[in-house]
Design a protein around this ligand. Structure first.
Ligand code: SAM
Length: 226
């Protein structure tokens, strides 16, 4: 089976049934996190990475060029849910780690169990709208990742970037237009959110793409803090 590394270190492409599929090397061999297929190749075990379940994988397959490297990074991840995307980041990170913020206790219980197997995941039960609540646990990070369905997505991201993203650090924000305003065209919502990031928080949007067909009415933006 042919395995090749992608532009993102630790993210692989495996050719299965004539199709290229994304994957990471499984750091907890024998264990699948969300029902994804495990594949043995070159004496390693890989977990297939489903772009319909992960906006990072969807952004990669949508051709985004400026997605940052993950290996060795310390990440603040807002909206970890049960850990689908974080589990793939965890496979890649090496000595980096993830502070994983989630406000639903029910969902967080699953993430706690995942973190028991994966020591580079640090669960934080908190509301990302109030970043001051986790100031005693979180130190400045290289990368801020956000995937929360809230009406004020850019403002939540901006506040967390102000408090926790290192100068020169990069952010990735997945924006769901339907959580912000169902009456506006998604493009208009994305443009307003971009204005908030740039004008209210002094962030720079480096790249911006929709991620159809993996998620409808969603955009992913790569953001830089000077
Ligand atoms: C779309 S899911 C995230 C999926 C996850 N990022 C992945 O790719 O595996 C959004 C999550 O954000 C959480 N969420 C929404 N608003 C939040 C907030 N204000 N603070 C923390 N978590 C929040 C939801 O409970 C939900 O679990």
């Amino acid at each position: 089976m042919k395995v090749t590394e992608t532009m993102i270190e630790g993210m692989y492409q495996i050719k299965i049934d004539q199709k290229n599929r994304l994957a990471t090397r499984n750091q907890v061999p024998g264990t699948s996190v969300y029902g994804e297929r495990l594949i043995k190749a070159n004496n390693e075990e890989y977990r297939l990475w489903d772009p319909f379940r992960s906006k990072f994988a969807a952004a990669y397959l949508s051709g985004m060029k400026l997605l940052p490297q993950l290996k060795g990074k310390n990440i603040l991840y807002l909206g970890v849910s049960t850990g689908t995307t974080p589990s793939h980041f965890s496979d890649i990170l090496d000595d980096g780690f993830i502070y994983g913020v989630e406000f639903s206790p029910k969902v967080m219980r699953k993430f706690y169990r995942l973190a028991e197997q994966r020591p580079n995941l640090i669960p934080i039960l908190a509301d990302a709208r109030r970043p001051e609540e986790y100031s005693s646990y979180v130190f400045d990070v290289d990368l801020l990742y956000q995937d929360v369905s809230q009406p004020e997505q850019a403002t939540i991201f901006g506040r967390n970037a102000q408090d926790y993203l290192k100068p020169g650090g990069v952010g990735i924000i997945a924006i769901k237009s339907q959580s912000i305003n169902v009456a506006l065209e998604p493009e208009e919502v994305f443009s307003k959110q971009m204005n908030i990031l740039e004008n209210n928080f002094g962030l720079k949007v480096l790249e911006n793409s929709t991620i159809d067909p993996f998620e409808k009415k969603h955009a992913v933006m790569i953001v830089k803090k000077d």
